[in-house]
Design a protein around this ligand. Structure first.
Ligand code: SAM
Length: 224
């Protein structure tokens, strides 16, 4: 098994982790949680589409902020049983770094105990009443093709496509499509042309929507 790689980060003045490998922040410098809600939750029409057993998958789980935002929405929607969540990650942060990054979002941090504990223990499963999560470590180009699951909603959250093109390639978007349940959706903050074309070629109906904050556009996709 190849040795696991790790995140290389520095912290900006606002407490946001910035990847030095990709020269890009992990989430919006303005308000990461609000961005997550706009792009990934509303972009996938959540919480309206939540049903028992709903399964979200994410390319680039990073700090887990998106997972926690989804979990808050799941709880607020009063859903029965656990949310299913699979997070792909090639360069995991340490549990301490995740704890530090999430401390900027008290609402999310308050829910982060099981995630941080699992991370600390090197576990790849989190199972409790509210969440059944699987962490898939390694390059998503290698791990996604062999993943046996199918998600109802995808959070496509690589670093900026120009800096992290491997996480947005047409081949990987085809794998995302192949691992999407019928009627499933995907959302991302980017409106980069090659990402949109890759999703369309993979069989998604692709739509441009207003982006978060200063970003004019973002992308949503569905497999009707
Ligand atoms: C913008 S950050 C994600 C932020 C995260 N969703 C959050 O809520 O904090 C992009 C993530 O993609 C990961 N990544 C980059 N290339 C990857 C690859 N080839 N396979 C899997 N993950 C990758 C990075 O390590 C990073 O965690």
């Amino acid at each position: 098994m190849p040795e696991r790689q790790h995140a290389e980060i520095e912290w900006n003045e606002g407490g946001v982790p910035v990847s030095t490998r990709f020269a890009d922040p992990y989430f919006s410098l303005a308000d990461g949680l609000a961005e997550t809600r706009h792009v990934f939750l509303a972009g996938n029409d959540l919480p309206a589409r939540f049903v028992p057993g709903f399964h979200i998958a994410e390319l680039g789980i990073g700090t887990g902020l998106n997972l926690l935002a989804a979990l808050i929405a799941w709880r607020e929607a009063g859903m029965e049983g656990p949310l299913r969540y699979t997070g792909f990650e090639a360069y995991p942060m340490t549990a301490h770094e995740i704890d530090r990054a999430l401390s900027a979002f008290p609402e999310a941090h308050a829910m982060a105990g099981p995630l941080i504990a699992a991370w600390h223990a090197g576990a790849t499963r989190i199972e409790n009443d509210m969440l059944h999560a699987t962490l898939v470590f390694g390059d998503a180009r290698e791990t996604l093709p062999t993943w046996p699951g199918r998600a109802d909603a995808w959070f496509l959250d690589g670093f900026a496509p120009a800096r992290n093109p491997e996480l947005w390639s047409p081949e990987l978007m085809a794998q995302v499509a192949a691992h999407t349940a019928p009627g499933g959706t995907a959302a991302t903050y980017t409106a980069a042309g090659f990402v949109r074309r890759g999703l369309a070629r993979a069989g998604f109906n692709v739509e441009r929507r207003p982006g978060f904050g200063r970003k004019r556009h973002m992308t949503v996709a569905n497999r009707a």
